[in-house]
Design a protein around this ligand. Structure first.
Ligand code: SF4
Length: 216
């Protein structure tokens, strides 16, 4: 992947957008998926595919009472786990992946959620998005999570023209300073839920309106 050339003017525009995001949404790190430890966040993130964070939080409230460890998930009865996570959708795949993933964490990683992107993405059902959630939130390694909001709004802002999440991730890594990699996702989720919504972006009341390309 070739390095993108960015003009001085474009760099200024990007920095101005980031400054306003910091002012509006703060630089506070927060995670929208409730969890108390790394493996809970891993499972919650796996459940969040094609599902809202609110729904996942409802499901994990009971789920983590019932399954209290990686071992519990590794030894789960698949049909029972399918029922337990049914309302998050794609429950058959998710249940199969969660069990396989937890078994491998036990056999390969001594029960600890691994840290490197290579090890994380080698786990069943863990793609770059899930791996980056873990790296950013648990290990505080600079990482960019490309979810539906980041994908949509990065296109609108003119930060990328890509639709493939992995390509978007690499493009954003080239133009965003590392201290914004984790924050960008957190801030853009809030922006996407409140102002730049998928159905009807409120451009007339958006604090980024004069800087935004409003594409897509
Ligand atoms: S100006 Fe419109 S398209 Fe651009 S970020 Fe704001 S709401 Fe989204």
């Amino acid at each position: 992947m070739g390095k993108r050339r960015i003009s001085k003017k474009e760099k200024e525009r990007i920095n101005a957008i980031l400054e306003r995001l910091d002012q509006k949404y703060s630089r506070e790190y927060k995670c929208y998926l409730n969890h108390e430890n790394p493996w809970q966040l891993l499972i919650a993130t796996m459940l969040s595919a094609q599902c809202t964070d609110a729904r996942v939080n409802m499901v994990t409230k009971d789920l983590f009472q019932k399954y209290k460890s990686v071992e519990d998930f590794a030894n789960a009865e698949i049909s029972e786990l399918e029922q337990d996570i049914h309302s998050t959708g794609f429950y058959k795949n998710k249940a199969r992946n969660i069990i396989a993933c937890c078994r491998r964490i036990l056999t390969e990683y001594g029960g600890e959620v691994p840290k490197s992107i290579e090890d994380l993405t080698s786990l069943a059902g863990v793609g770059r998005k899930t791996a980056n959630v873990i790296r950013g939130n648990i290990y505080h390694e600079p990482s960019i999570v490309v979810d539906t909001h980041v994908k949509r709004i990065s296109n609108k802002l003119g930060f990328t023209n890509e639709s493939d999440p992995e390509k978007i991730e690499f493009e954003l890594m080239e133009i965003l300073p590392k201290d914004h990699w984790i924050l960008y996702n957190i801030q853009i989720i809030t922006h996407g839920r409140t102002i730049c919504t998928a159905r009807s972006p409120k451009c007339d009341m958006c604090f980024l309106s004069d800087l935004c390309r409003k594409k897509g």
